[in-house]
Design a protein around this ligand. Structure first.
Ligand code: ATP
Ligand code: PRP
Ligand code: MG
Length: 286
């Protein structure tokens, strides 16, 4: 049988590039299809639907697409019955309450009785309910940041990333309500063949994500401080150690997590490591 898994991705916009890049790192080439809404993938038994991100949860819930990639914010906003398979680490942003810079925001109770403009009314509604707040929700589909300036709203609930859009509209972020990033979602009733394909795709994504979170590190270490240095970079199992041509020195190869990277480098230098090289990892399978 010649089964393919159908993946829905954003046709154009903030998620498109990150999605195509991730798939490409997974060895899956998707032509952007020009004006077409369907594309074939090379390197994986997959068909790709190119859609507006708002429509992806519905397509996946209905089984028109088996899986989809979109922002967690949009998944939660639409509230469709889909499985969130995993986070993907790109298109990171947050959904926040922002108010005009001059406002002295005293806390969430300040929002009571106010008009809040947003493109995410359902997430906002849940937030207000959880906090027993009564506010007016004004739903608009774009340019939310201009609404306080033109007297349409007292506050906004919008996506924030660098904060640049808020700043240029004289607004300040006062409360982060949720963090978002691109996620992989799946239909809850996939057949066994498609579950197997999804597992294969997840395996590739995991290898790519691990590689992105880690760096390969090579350094020279003096023999008398070898154990101390090994303790700093334990690696996947243990570091590779090779003797250098120069007596009393060794070359150490290992893996270091991106989060600890700068701290570890400092400690390695203090421990006498020299000639430290750090290189990106293409794929990582443990
Ligand atoms: N400034 C940002 N930084 C990081 N991620 C963002 C940013 N803005 C939006 N995103 C994420 O990217 C997703 C898509 O944003 P985009 O602006 O492309 O949506 P859209 O205009 O609704 O697109 P579409 O035309 O497909 O409906 C958002 O739902 C959010 O998860
Ligand atoms: O904090 P920042 O880095 O400024 O990013 C936040 C802005 O980015 C997104 O809009 P986008 O730029 O995609 O424009 P659009 O949705 O209005 O097309 C989002 O809707 C915010 O307005
Ligand atoms: Mg959209």
């Amino acid at each position: 049988m010649n089964t393919k898994i159908t993946l829905a991705i954003q046709k154009s916009g903030r998620l498109n590039q990150g999605t195509i890049e991730l798939l490409s790192r997974c060895g899956i080439k998707v032509s952007n299809g020009g004006n077409h809404l369907k594309a074939l993938a090379e390197g994986f038994p997959m068909e790709v639907l190119l859609l507006r991100d708002d429509d992806i949860p519905q397509y996946v819930a209905d089984g028109v697409a088996d899986i989809g990639i979109l922002g967690l914010n949009e998944v939660l906003e639409k509230g469709k019955d889909v499985e969130i398979v995993r986070k993907l680490g790109f298109s990171r942003c947050r959904l926040s309450i922002a108010v005009p810079s001059a406002v002295s925001y005293t806390g969430r109770e300040w929002l009571s009785g106010k008009r809040i403009a947003t493109s995410y009314p359902e997430i906002l509604r849940s937030f207000l309910k959880e906090n027993s707040l009564d506010a007016e929700i004004h739903t608009i589909s774009g340019s939310v940041e201009i609404t306080p300036g033109i007297g349409m709203a007292d506050a906004i609930f919008e996506i924030v990333s660098s904060g640049g859009t808020l700043l240029s509209n004289n607004l300040k972020e006062v409360d982060v309500i949720m963090k978002s990033e691109a996620v992989l979602i799946a239909n809850k009733n996939l057949n066994q063949t498609k579950i197997e394909l999804l597992k294969k795709l997840e395996f590739r994504i995991e290898a790519v994500r691990k590689a992105q979170r880690n760096k390969y590190i090579l350094l020279n270490a003096p023999k008398n401080r070898l154990n101390e240095i090994i303790g700093l970079i334990p690696g996947m199992k243990s570091p590779t150690i090779l003797p250098l041509a120069q007596e009393g020195w060794f070359s150490l190869h290992s893996v270091v997590n991106e989060d600890d990277f700068w701290e570890v480098i400092g400690k390695l230098k203090d421990a006498g490591a020299e000639g430290i090289l750090v290189v990106p990892i293409e794929k990582m399978v443990i």
